[in-house]
Every structure is written in structure tokens, then in C-alpha cells.
Design a protein around this ligand. Sequence first.
Ligand code: COA
Length: 196
Amino acid sequence: MSAAAGPPSPAARASAVRVRAARTGDIETLERFIADYTHDGTLLPRTHANLVQHLRDFRVAHAGARLVGCGALQIVGPELAEIRSVAVDPAYRGLGIGWRIVKTLVADARRRGVPRLFCLTRRADFFARQGFVEVPKERFPHKVWNDCRLCPRRHACDEVAMERPLTVTARRSPPANEARAAIPAGELRVVSTADA
Ligand SMILES: CC(C)(COP(=O)(O)OP(=O)(O)OC[C@H]1O[C@@H](n2cnc3c(N)ncnc32)[C@H](O)[C@@H]1OP(=O)(O)O)[C@@H](O)C(=O)NCCC(=O)NCCS
């Protein structure tokens, strides 16, 4: 007699989850997903227009067609980016998915040459394990001005600001003639003003 197949183990569920860049087809799901965490002030609300504008910031975690997590890296200046809108579906928590999303966002920040990351969170423990340290919120006045004023909890804020410096390895751009030499001759073409 064969044993009846039970529900997949946590390890099997976690390994079925992939983290990838968000696509335009994710916008509506992402909007609903984030909205589910805004009622109690866990996440700041994001409008459809704002999600369209910032779609390139987002990574999504999905199990097949189901969106199970998200997070975004928003560049706020040449030296600073914010990790925001990090959430995992309660049915998928504790499986390392939030960890993977943040790790991917940190890698995105490194690739873009960002030397300093910050976040505002109630889960200081979660971010501390990923190398963030608590700092005064006053370090990020633009955040308080732009986003916190929209938060339902703005008069009783219990979030902490956390920061993580990154080591960025600057990549030298090759000189123009070196870059041209790297292109196979067949792929070089002269662009006339009519093409431009
Ligand atoms: C915070 C949140 C995103 C965490 O997501 P999650 O997928 O449940 O978290 P993970 O499974 O990745 O991490 C769970 C634990 O394993 C640890 N962990 C996971 N992967 C790990 C790894 N590869 N190495 C070491 N530790 C790891 C985490 O540090 C964490 O430890 P804890 O249980 O003691 O807290 C999730 O709880 C959530 O959506 N909360 C509501 C929204 C929210 O509060 N977002 C943060 C606002 S910015």
C-alpha cells in the first residue's frame, strides 16, 4: 500500500518559489498584494500610477502563477537607496523568502553602485540579521516629508530607521575605441541622421 501524498513540506514549498524582476503583467496583482498590508499600516499604500512608475524597482517572489512576496529598491540619490514594500504572503512566511527578496534587492543596489541602503520598518530583527543597524529617522528627512505624511500611523509611528553600508566595486567603462574593438565587425553599422 502506498502512503497518501501529504501537503508539500516547507522545504519543497520554498524551493518552488522564484524571485524575479517584476513585469508589467504583475502590476494589478502587486497592487492588490500591497493593499492587503496597508490597512493596518504594515506597508505604505502605493497607487496604481506609482506602481507603474516604479515597476523597475520591484522584485516579486512567485510560486508558479501565484505571487507570494515582493520588495522594492528605490534610488533616492546618488549615494542612497531605500528598501521598501517588502512583504511575504502569510502562508509562505518563515521559509526564507523575505530573506531572498532582501538579498536580491541588496545585490541590485550593489550592481547600481549604491553605497548606502536604508529602510523604515517594524521588523528591526529581520533587517538586523541582514546587516542593517538602527539609526535616527532624522537622517532621512526626505522620506518623512514624501511618504510618512501619507501613512495612517504618522502620529504614532512605531517604525525604526535602519541603514546598511555597501561595498561597491566600481566597474571602469572601457574607452570608446576599446568598446568599438569588442564589437564584431559585422555588427558595426553607420547610423545616418535619417535613422536617428
Ligand atoms: C518581514 C517579512 C517580510 C519576513 O518574511 P519571511 O519570508 O517570513 O522571512 P524569512 O523566512 O526570510 O526569515 C525568517 C527567519 O529566518 C531567517 N533566515 C531566513 N533565511 C535565512 C538565511 N539564508 N540565512 C540566515 N537566516 C535566514 C531570518 O532572519 C528570520 O529569522 P526569525 O525567524 O528569527 O525572524 C514577513 O514577515 C512579512 O511580510 N511581514 C509583513 C510585512 C512587513 O512587516 N514587512 C517589513 C516592512 S519593511
